[in-house]
Design a protein around this ligand. Structure first.
Ligand code: PLP
Length: 454
């Protein structure tokens, strides 16, 4: 470790508290400190280069230090960095809202900005609840969500979260949510069709049993990322939409992870022609440059909040940095790059590369399942391939294999024992091929040794 790195490590350990991190392990370890980015690579204080295989936690779209986005932010800096949307308009925020509505699923008409995925979800939940309230249906207080759902870490988002490890401890603080088993074919004892049916029937029976009390259904469309890249069977999302319509509850889609090309289309909803009432966006919205999020709503929802001040229908919610001009400028530049670089058109060739590479490791011992939807993929490692028995939590196999990949120049972060691959949608094929080769090689050649050494 060079002297510079040593200093950064010391200061990090002295002052920082890292997210989702057991800090005792961190303090005992030798953390990597990132200093620069270069395209799809991150460079640390030792000058080592790593392929950013999870696009800086699922948000980077076109790479790091992309001149076109850098210039757009610089140009915006020459105008204004930030001014509030409370009582004022702002040119970049207006322009981006128009562009977002232009590409969003039909029916979405209004954009409410915030600054992270969790706040986008929080806003969707509050808008949905108040929508019914404003219509005189105050008895609607419950949401339906999927088991293993992840919608962020603020208390409202945690209330609709279904991951025991992350959410269990906070139960006494949370509002009531009805959970439906997520359709997870690998962990379901039966066919994929039966798996879908099982979840849909559970959802329908909850809707029936709680008629008039449900605000809406919140769902991560197609892929439950944080749960370990659970890919829903085809048609499930469309069926959920139909149930929402049949029982007259709102459909909230959380496209925070799936949005901006990750699933192969701009939004996951497009695969099944789903038209949500509310849609949550964040992560890739600014190209992965700056904290920005948006909750999109239909005209019908928006209209339910109109009235005289003394009607108390106003949505009393806002964040200081709502619609930040620099972030919106980055968002606009990112959307321009989608068009200029034909990002979506180039995706099938890249998702094929991932598919072919992962098919080759599917049969390896300890590889329980391989799941992929577009540029999102998960490789689930298990102790016993036949019984699907997982490794013990404390064995941290996922973390160990990712550490081995890191030493070969690939930066990944696992979800338990699921190795997550989430490269930037704009990643070139050469870098993607290199990333896949290192991931597959490590699972094939290093994993058996790691397991032996447990
Ligand atoms: C589906 C989904 N919703 C919400 C969030 C929360 O986003 P943020 O971390 O920006 O609050 C995430 C983050 O991974 C996510 O995957």
């Amino acid at each position: 470790m060079n002297k510079k790195t040593q200093q950064w490590v010391e200061l990090d350990k002295q002052y920082l508290w890292h997210p989702f991190t057991q800090m005792a392990d961190w303090l005992a370890g030798e953390p990597v400190i990132i200093e620069r980015g270069d395209g799809f690579y991150l460079i640390d204080t030792e000058g080592r280069r790593y392929i950013d295989g999870i696009s800086s936690l699922w948000c980077n779209v076109h790479g790091h230090r992309v001149k076109f986005i850098d210039d757009a932010i610089q140009a915006q800096l020459d105008e204004v960095a930030h001014s509030t949307l409370l009582g004022l308009g702002q040119t970049r925020a207006i322009e981006l809202a128009r562009r977002l509505i232009g590409i969003a699923p039909k029916g979405l008409a209004k954009v409410f900005y915030s600054d992270s995925g969790a706040t986008a979800v929080e806003i969707a939940l509050k808008v949905a609840y108040q929508y019914w309230h404003n219509l005189g249906q105050e008895q609607r207080t419950k949401f339906i969500a999927l088991s293993e759902a992840y919608h962020g870490d603020t208390v409202g988002a945690v209330s609709v979260g279904g991951m025991e490890l992350f959410h269990g401890i906070y139960k006494p603080l949370l509002f009531e949510t009805l959970f439906v088993p997520a359709p997870h074919p690998y962990r379901f004892n039966g066919t994929t069709g039966q798996c879908t049916q099982y979840s849909l029937e559970a959802m329908e029976s909850l809707l029936k049993a709680n008629t008039g009390q449900i605000v809406g259904i919140i769902i991560e469309p197609l892929v439950q990322g944080a749960a370990g890249m659970i890919v829903h069977p085809k048609g499930f999302l469309k069926n959920v939409e139909q149930l929402a319509r049949k029982y007259d509850v709102l459909l909230i889609v959380d496209e925070v992870a799936t949005g901006f090309g990750r699933t192969g289309k701009m939004f996951a909803c497009e695969h099944e022609d789903v038209r949500p009432d509310l849609m949550c966006l964040a992560k890739g919205i600014s190209g992965g440059y700056l904290p920005l999020a948006a909750t999109l709503a239909t005209q019908k929802i928006f209209d339910a909040f109109l009235g005289r001040v003394e009607d108390f229908k106003t949505f009393y919610h806002g964040h200081t940095y709502t619609g930040n001009a620099l972030a919106c400028a980055a968002g606009l530049a990112s959307l321009d790059l989608f068009e200029k670089n034909h990002v979506l058109e180039k995706l099938p060739a890249k998702t094929d590369l991932i598919f072919v590479a992962l098919e080759e490791i599917r049969t390896l011992p300890f590889v329980g399942d391989v799941r992929q939807c577009g540029m999102m993929a998960g490789i689930e490692l298990v102790q016993n391939k036949n019984t699907k028995e997982p490794f013990e939590y404390k064995q941290t196999i996922g973390a160990k294999i990712c550490a081995a990949m890191r030493s070969k120049g690939v930066m990944l972060r696992p979800l338990g024992d699921v190795i997550v691959l989430m490269p930037a949608v704009g990643m070139d094929k050469t870098t993607l091929t290199e990333l896949l080769a290192i991931v597959c090689d490590t699972i094939q050649n290093d994993l058996p040794g790691i397991i032996k050494g447990l």
